[in-house]
Design a protein around this ligand. Sequence first.
Ligand SMILES: [Zn+2]
Length: 69
Amino acid sequence: MNHRIIAERTEPGGSTIKEWHMVRSGEGKPMCGRSIDLSETELPADAWGTERAMPFCHTCGALYLREVP
Ligand SMILES: [Zn+2]
């Protein structure tokens, strides 16, 4: 299954990233179920666990861990 990482900002259009969420391809919201703007900054799934994708949503991280080998 393919995933992508989407940024959630502290405010719409703001420069500060609150946290990153994992979104399954084809789904309209992140794995944690939060409502975020999917047109926001995106990272490839392999950025998970790296500096680039910090801070990361704890719920998304836990669920993602169970899906990847
Ligand atoms: Zn999340």
